[in-house]
Design a protein. Sequence first.
Length: 456
Amino acid sequence: MKEFSEEDLRNIEETIERGDTAALKELISDLHPADIAELVQQLDEDKAMYIFKQLDEDTAADVLMELDEDERKKLIQDMPAEEIAKQIDHLDTDDAVDLIQQLDEEDRDEVLSHIDDVEQAGDIIDLLKYDEDTAGGLMGTEMIVVNENWSMPECIKQMRLQAEDMDEIYYVYVVDNDYKLRGTLPLKMMLTHPSVSKIKHVMEDEPVSVKAETPIDEVVLDFEKYDLVAMPVVDSIGRLLGRITVDDVMDQVREANERDYQLASGISSDVDADDSVIAQTKARIPWLLIGIGSGLLASIILGTFETQLQAVTALALFIPIIGGTGGNVGVQASAIVVQGLANGTLDIKHFAAQLGKEIIIGLLNATIITAVVLVYNVLTMPGDLAVTLSVAVSLFIVVMFASLLGTIVPLTLEKLHINPALATGPFIQISNDIVGLLIYVQIATFFLRHISGISI
């Protein structure tokens, strides 16, 4: 990808301000659409639109789809319906659907009415019916399809006709007379069996396919599992509907990773660095307010612990260790579970097995951590048995609790169809802080009363 220096940007901006379209076209003529999109995103809306108007329709359509969603939405809001329809004429149906979905209902209808290709408009309308988080919402209809009963010469003739309007050809799909998917036709078979009587005799049958209602997360796992560059989409009775390509899947993976990272960081909605101050504040403030609430609750808990702290001030030294260790253990446990759910190595059906495994891991971690702190306290505070036992027992219980919470919460969220990445962020940290303090308060109170004889 081309990097634009400040001098490059200044030169382009000055060219736009002069209205020198010939010079501008020369500056951007050799740029890839992705580089032009990168350039457009660094300019204000007026200059971006000026550049966009200098592009030929094919390049403009490619640039439009290379833009970030927010930037693309800003750009098409200022474009008349006829202009958007012209861009759609140069897009695959899956990209066209992505573009139209960013419009209001009324604007969608107007744009669709200006599309000259009635068949393409019909395909887009059909695709808009699918949930955007399913295979149907991700697929396109551009593909090479041949009948299993065709001869090779007839097949090649039909393929040439179908390929004229396609940019990329990944697979040749074979269907029967009812348009049910039967197999794929490899290029090698065309070369080595030029006179075969029927395609079905040389096709590769039982291709990996996916149903239209399949969630995107499962589609991504299938692409990774079978090393695919494209996958056919079928309906409930196996009729071929469309295909999903690997570039669409990679876009979904990137967007999902961004959402999960932000969710795990305590950002409640999808925002970018160039979003407005208000938008970013609205996305970040909810968990910050929850954090303040938990901090106030922690202060109330510590207020009930005031007598113990005055009697034995050493207890206060270990409050950060109790809270911090619980939070770290919980986040680690939940991160492993969320990762397993995301890459398919962990199934929600194995809830009990994963919980049992985490109990064993928790026991090992709790034993090691407790032993380290216990030895430290024995060496540094040999005469303060109540504090030593309070910290050791509290740490052991807190680590076990955090391990179980970090496992149960994401698995439960997954079962409820809520993004389990929520469990790797502030939710687990705050929960463990509060519960850890409660455990520490109660255990310390017990040992101070029964060992040190402090009446509380």
